[in-house]
Design a protein around this ligand. Sequence first.
Ligand SMILES: NC(=O)c1ccc[n+]([C@@H]2O[C@H](COP(=O)([O-])OP(=O)(O)OC[C@H]3O[C@@H](n4cnc5c(N)ncnc54)[C@H](O)[C@@H]3O)[C@@H](O)[C@H]2O)c1
Ligand SMILES: N[C@H](C(=O)O)[C@H](O)COP(=O)(O)O
Length: 335
Amino acid sequence: MMRPSRPLALTLGDPAGIGPQLTAQAWRSLRHSGEGTFFWLGDPRLIEVAVPVTRIETPEEADAVFAVSLPVLPVLCDAAVIPGQPHPRNAAATISSIRLAVEYVLAGRAGGVVTNPIAKHVLAAAGFPYPGHTEFLAALCDMPGEEIMMLVSPQLRVVPVTVHVSLRKALEMLTTDRIVSVAETANAALKRDFGILTPRLAIAGLNPHAGEQGLMGEEEITIIRPAIEKLRARGIDCLGPFPPDTMFSNTARPTYDVAICMYHDQALIPLKTLDMAHGVNVTLGLPLIRTSPDHGTAFDIAGPVTETCRADVSSLLAAIRLADGMSAYREGKKS
Ligand SMILES: NC(=O)c1ccc[n+]([C@@H]2O[C@H](COP(=O)([O-])OP(=O)(O)OC[C@H]3O[C@@H](n4cnc5c(N)ncnc54)[C@H](O)[C@@H]3O)[C@@H](O)[C@H]2O)c1
Ligand SMILES: N[C@H](C(=O)O)[C@H](O)COP(=O)(O)O
């Protein structure tokens, strides 16, 4: 695969989580690989004890130094960083890093945003009004409500129709139009960014046994089937609603390219159970590439950045490689 001409922007995440360790380890793994050149929008003081760092002022400087040092565009933390103990005063740096990354990508100066994990409750305590990156990115792109979350692993792709809301709220939000719109965005993204010419969509039911003909719930009849009919009328290859307990089995998964699921955990439990180490969270529906590891801040194992990394870097590496690959599809370097 050819390397994209623009580096990826990797964000700070919560500095007290495993993000700094993973960033150092990702640079060690990729510096000579010719793929996934990135710069870190983070605090160089957290990392320069363990890896050589070059402070840069623009994304354009990253490529030239990447093989010998980690390019860091400084975003400084206000409070001392103690691994495992998040501090609300550092929320400003976490947020500013995401904001800057988006600005560079929208300006065409970075190829995509890769985010290190944030702790939603820490940011909320500092007044951050968004439930996660996904919704914040949509706001930064001036497209609130257009954001779609997809999780991708070697064995499965899933898209939840409703995301960071309670289960009760998710049921209220579930409409035929919402399912159609989410499925259409997923279908278009699989064509454009994943090179799948005719994506096959599997639509999950909501209730046990996909409602058992209305005996165990009517949403399949009143909401989900009409969505499938609309999607098929628009030429999209989709089937369902499938009983959620069997549609992720080893025999079922190869029959589709993405599972459209009705709520967050219906989608994320099978994916993270099958392969948490290689799962990647991708934001669709916005005019930028954004990927992220599928795990969180892991405060329980966070420690200072050293020459060895206790946390598993596989998911961050998969996120960087996927952003790199999506960027290559968009730039026509891959088909
Ligand atoms: N993309 C994101 O920003 C993102 C994603 C998920 C969760 N979160 C946030 O992370 C915080 C903690 O959430 P959680 O505890 O539910 O999930 P978590 O993924 O942080 O941790 C769950 C368990 O998995 C382990 N783990 C996670 N990543 C690991 C890695 N790379 N290597 C080794 N072990 C790893 C942790 O040590 C922990 O035992 C929450 O505040 C949540 O909002 C953020
Ligand atoms: N819902 C995601 C997960 O559980 O993995 C995670 O919270 C990330 O969400 P954002 O990318 O919106 O922060």
